[in-house]
Write a protein that binds this ligand. Structure first.
Ligand SMILES: *[C@@H]1O[C@H](CO)[C@@H](O)[C@H](O)[C@H]1NC(C)=O
Ligand SMILES: *[C@@H]1O[C@H](CO)[C@@H](O)[C@H](O)[C@H]1NC(C)=O
Ligand SMILES: *[C@@H]1O[C@H](CO)[C@@H](O)[C@H](O)[C@H]1NC(C)=O
Ligand SMILES: *[C@@H]1O[C@H](CO)[C@@H](O)[C@H](O)[C@H]1NC(C)=O
Ligand SMILES: *[C@@H]1O[C@H](CO)[C@@H](O)[C@H](O)[C@H]1NC(C)=O
Ligand SMILES: *[C@@H]1O[C@H](CO)[C@@H](O)[C@H](O)[C@H]1NC(C)=O
Ligand SMILES: *[C@@H]1O[C@H](CO)[C@@H](O)[C@H](O)[C@H]1NC(C)=O
Ligand SMILES: *[C@@H]1O[C@H](CO)[C@@H](O)[C@H](O)[C@H]1NC(C)=O
Ligand SMILES: *[C@@H]1O[C@H](CO)[C@@H](O)[C@H](O)[C@H]1NC(C)=O
Ligand SMILES: *[C@@H]1O[C@H](CO)[C@@H](O)[C@H](O)[C@H]1NC(C)=O
Ligand SMILES: *[C@@H]1O[C@H](CO)[C@@H](O)[C@H](O)[C@H]1NC(C)=O
Ligand SMILES: *[C@@H]1O[C@H](CO)[C@@H](O)[C@H](O)[C@H]1NC(C)=O
Length: 772
């Protein structure tokens, strides 16, 4: 009797107890294995992050799931249930998994925290599967691609304290039932598609500390009784469609640290009691219809770290109550009517990001500004600052973004600028700076725009290999095209137009960056012929060599400019794409065109694939290979000495919107193939020796301005109401055609300016976008 007992006791101790008391429940292990199985077998292998593969490797069928990576069990018996799952970033951005993959996990009813963020999960939240999670305290499903609305079952999770659904595609109205999650401390619904109003039931969530609704399409007035949420420390409502004013009950939120309500339609006065909130650190009010109606007597009790009063109607001097805001990191007073000078006390505050663009500030910059060890971004564009750039500039050891464009700065740029080792972005465009441009510290530069100044001397060229944009247009640079440019291996945009660059276009031009998309050498003094090798620049979309003294034939290799053959329709502005790609570095930046954010949306402008060789002395036949460039939108060969026929192949330029062949020696008939181009809306064939009938097509028939065909050798057609009969000769045109010609061409020259110079010179930067 005793032996079997001993034996069974032995077995019980050695095998049974560990199974029951110290390892996770069998069904929970099965659920986890099922999840692993779904994840690893239903999606392509390269859709799992390497780290996830390593971690999931520990999920072995016959082991204790409490020992697995990413899993945490309750410390105590009787059975060690799974309580935490940290399953974030298993599936990379490029992958995708269905939300049904969550179902096995949601059967683990002992869960206390569940984090499945950053997993490219698609589909609706499987609401029904949540019903048994009665102990859940923290649920993070952020940064996926979940859609639909919030399922009602989520509101039965009464224990929930943290809910993060941000960065998904969840929409509709926020349901009233949200008010039943009375334990909520942190509610994060930002960057989704929520619309409509906010249910008044949220005012029942009195334990809320973080309430984040930013970047949705919500339209409501901030409720008067928002002050009931006494424990609120963070309220992010920015980037919605809120209206109404700032309710005074916000004064009751004594714990409030972060308040951002930027970019809404809020109106009314900015109450100064806001600055009496002692704990307030971050305050973003910009981008509303709010007005600053204050005489300057602000007794700030708060010690702000970030303040945005962008477009808040601030007038007069930079308010001097900011003097005791000694903890300021970011100060954004963009787009106001501030005037007067840059105060010295402000320069001494050691602020990290100063954004004062679009005001009326004037005078010179205090030298001590650059002695700050904190200054990282200085954006002063579109003011009326003047004087020299202070010699101290080289002492700003931390500055990365220096934007002084569109002011009145003059004199030379101090050589000490070479001592700024962290400089990434330098925009000095549209000032009156002169002299030679000094050397810059060549490592880490990313964007250099010194266009529209009076710089002279040899074209500066030692910028390291980093820059993606280099614009030195509209200066007096001279000398030859520098060989050092071939070191700029990341270059996307090179604009040297309107300078005095001389010599030939060198053959090493073929060795410029293979990512070069824009090359403008317009209006210089270049001579010689166009090198064959230019066709090696296979990313080029804009090539402008016009207004030089180029001679010889147009190389037929131009027909090999790949990016002009297939330029992906609908792709975005290259620099913007680039910025998105390197988003870790540049997330605080956005390019604005023409002072408005619209430019980003209107990125198609950039797709103006363009070849311009006009106003040179090129001769010979136009190579038929140009007809390969199917994505070309604008082709200007005017004011040269081209002869022979217009190539039949031009009919293949199906996207061509503008064609200027005027002022050449072209002869023969206008090819009938041109009638295939459906989008052609600007055409100039005047001042050649063309003959015969104008081809007919709905598009060509609309181009009926006689100037298009003027001064040729007898062109006829219904478009210009010259009947094609036996008589060949036409009445001679009058001399003042030139003016009209300028007018017709104006529209697409403007388009070019829009695409290339527009965003070169009108750069604005959003600093601290995600926080303000
Ligand atoms: C993933 O890789 C494993 C082994 O390398 C293979 O057995 C499995 O079929 C692959 N799965 C898919 C979806 O390609
Ligand atoms: C919830 O628990 C009940 C009882 O254990 C079970 O019958 C039901 O299937 C569970 N529901 C889900 C969605 O897991
Ligand atoms: C919510 O999720 C986002 C994205 O994953 C994250 O950045 C944020 O810190 C989270 N917020 C809270 C309050 O947990
Ligand atoms: C706003 O949310 C949308 C969609 O969720 C996202 O694509 C976008 O990047 C967000 N914008 C910002 C500025 O956070
Ligand atoms: C919210 O968006 C949905 C579509 O996503 C739409 O049907 C509904 O009318 C919108 N509601 C409001 C109040 O705009
Ligand atoms: C606010 O927070 C404090 C401290 O965490 C807590 O004692 C208090 O109960 C909270 N107030 C409400 C209304 O939940
Ligand atoms: C306020 O914002 C800052 C910066 O984003 C953050 O570090 C801090 O935790 C926030 N405060 C609260 C109470 O969430
Ligand atoms: C700032 O100065 C005002 C008086 O001008 C004073 O009342 C307030 O306490 C000061 N605030 C801080 C944060 O020092
Ligand atoms: C800019 O400042 C200069 C003096 O430096 C002044 O002559 C000019 O009128 C100002 N321009 C504007 C628009 O205020
Ligand atoms: C750069 O800094 C060094 C050391 O601080 C100094 O000696 C040098 O003169 C500076 N260079 C320029 C051009 O100001
Ligand atoms: C053009 O590129 C090819 C291949 O990259 C290279 O072999 C050739 O030498 C280049 N041509 C010129 C003129 O640089
Ligand atoms: C264009 O490229 C093709 C192959 O890429 C080559 O065979 C051809 O010679 C090139 N044409 C010209 C004109 O350079």
């Amino acid at each position: 009797m005793q032996k079997p007992c001993l034996l069974s006791c032995f077995f019980f101790v050695v095998f049974f107890i560990p199974q029951i008391s110290f390892s996770c429940p069998h069904d929970q292990r099965q659920s986890l294995l099922e999840f692993k199985n779904l994840l690893t077998h239903n999606i392509a292998n390269d859709s799992i992050t390497d780290q996830a593969l390593r971690d999931l490797e520990t999920w072995k069928p016959n082991s204790d799931c409490c020992e697995w990576e990413l899993v945490r069990c309750a410390a105590r018996s009787p059975s060690r249930e799974v309580i935490d799952l940290s399953l974030f970033n298993l599936v990379p951005q490029s992958g995708s998994v269905s939300s049904s993959i969550l179902r096995p996990l949601l059967r683990i009813s002992s869960l206390v925290t569940l984090d499945v963020s950053l997993n490219s999960i698609e589909g609706e939240i499987p609401g029904d599967a949540f019903v048994n999670l009665t102990r859940l305290i923290s649920l993070d499903m952020s940064s996926n691609r979940l859609k639909g609305s919030i399922p009602p079952e989520l509101f039965s999770l009464k224990t929930l304290q943290h809910l993060n659904l941000s960065w998904n595609l969840i929409g509709g109205e926020i349901p009233t039932e949200i008010g039943s999650l009375v334990e909520l401390r942190r509610l994060t619904l930002s960057s989704n598609k929520f619309n409509g109003s906010i249910p008044s039931s949220v005012l029942k969530l009195t334990k809320l500390e973080t309430f984040d609704l930013m970047n949705n399409s919500l339209s409501f007035e901030i409720p008067d009784s928002i002050g009931n949420l006494v424990n609120l420390s963070t309220l992010y409502l920015n980037m919605n469609k809120l209206s109404g004013g700032i309710p005074s009950s916000i004064q009751n939120l004594k714990n409030l640290q972060n308040l951002t309500i930027e970019d809404n339609g809020l109106s009314g006065e900015i109450p100064t009691w806001l600055f009496g909130l002692q704990k307030l650190k971050i305050l973003g009010l910009g981008g509303n219809k709010l007005q600053w109606n204050n005489d300057g007597s602000v007794f700030a009790q708060s010690k702000l770290t970030q303040l945005s009063l962008r477009s808040c109607g601030l007038a007069g001097n930079i308010p001097d109550w900011l003097k005791n805001q000694t903890a300021l990191n970011i100060l954004d007073l963009r787009m106001n009517r501030l005037e007067g000078s840059f105060p010295k006390w402000l320069a001494d505050l050691e602020i990290r990001e100063i954004v004062f663009s679009d005001n009326r500030l004037s005078g010179s910059l205090p030298p001590s500004l650059f002695q700050s060890q904190s200054l990282n971004a200085l954006v002063l564009s579109r003011n009326n600052f003047s004087g020299q750039i202070p010699e101290t500039i080289g002492q700003s050891s931390d500055i990365e973004f220096l934007v002084l464009s569109e002011n009145n700065f003059s004199g030379s740029v101090p050589k000490s600028i070479a001592n700024i080792t962290r400089l990434k972005l330098l925009d000095l465009s549209k000032n009156r700076l002169s002299g030679e441009f000094p050397r810059l510290y060549p490592y880490g530069l990313w964007w250099i725009d010194i266009s529209f100044n009076e710089f002279s001397g040899d074209v500066p060229a030692s910028f390291g290999s980093g820059p993606i944009l280099l614009s030195m247009s509209h200066n007096n640079f001279s000398g030859e095209f520098p060989q050092d440019f071939i070191n700029l291996s990341s270059l996307v945009h090179l604009d040297l137009q309107h300078n005095n660059i001389s010599g030939n276009i060198p053959s090493f031009i073929s060795r410029l960056s293979s990512s070069l998309e824009v090359l403008s050498l317009r209006n210089n003094s270049l001579k010689g012929s166009i090198p064959e090798g230019i066709s090696n620049l296979t990313s080029l979309k804009v090539l402008d060599l016009s207004e030089n003294n180029l001679v010889g034939y147009l190389p037929s290799s131009l027909g090999n400019l790949t990016a002009m053959i297939e330029s992906p329709e609908g792709s975005c502005l290259p620099l913007v794409c680039y910025m998105a790609r390197v988003n870790i570095e540049l997330q605080d930046l956005a390019v604005n065109w023409k002072k408005s954010k619209q430019g980003l949306v209107n990125r198609n402008l950039y797709l103006y694939t363009l070849l311009d060789f006009s106003k040179n002395k090129l001769l010979g036949e136009i190579p038929a290979s140009l007809g390969n460039l199917k994505s070309l939108k604008l082709l200007n060969l005017s004011n040269n000495d081209f002869s022979g026929l217009i190539p039949q192949s031009f009919g293949n330029l199906e996207k061509l919107e503008g064609l200027d062949l005027s002022h050449n020696n072209l002869s023969g008939e206008i090819p009938k193939t041109l009638s295939k181009i459906n989008v052609l809306n600007t055409l100039d064939l005047s001042n050649n020796k063309l003959t015969g009938r104008i081809p007919q097509s709905p598009q060509l028939d609309r181009l009926n301005n006689p100037n298009i065909y003027a001064n040729n050798n007898g062109i006829c057609g219904m478009q210009i109401q010259v009947p094609c009969s036996s008589t060949e000769t036409e009445p001679p045109e009058e001399e003042d055609e030139e003016k009209n010609e300028e007018e017709t061409m104006f529209s697409w020259k403007a388009a070019f300016i829009g695409c290339s110079c527009g965003f070169l010179t009108a750069v604005a930067y959003r600093i601290g976008y995600s926080n303000l």
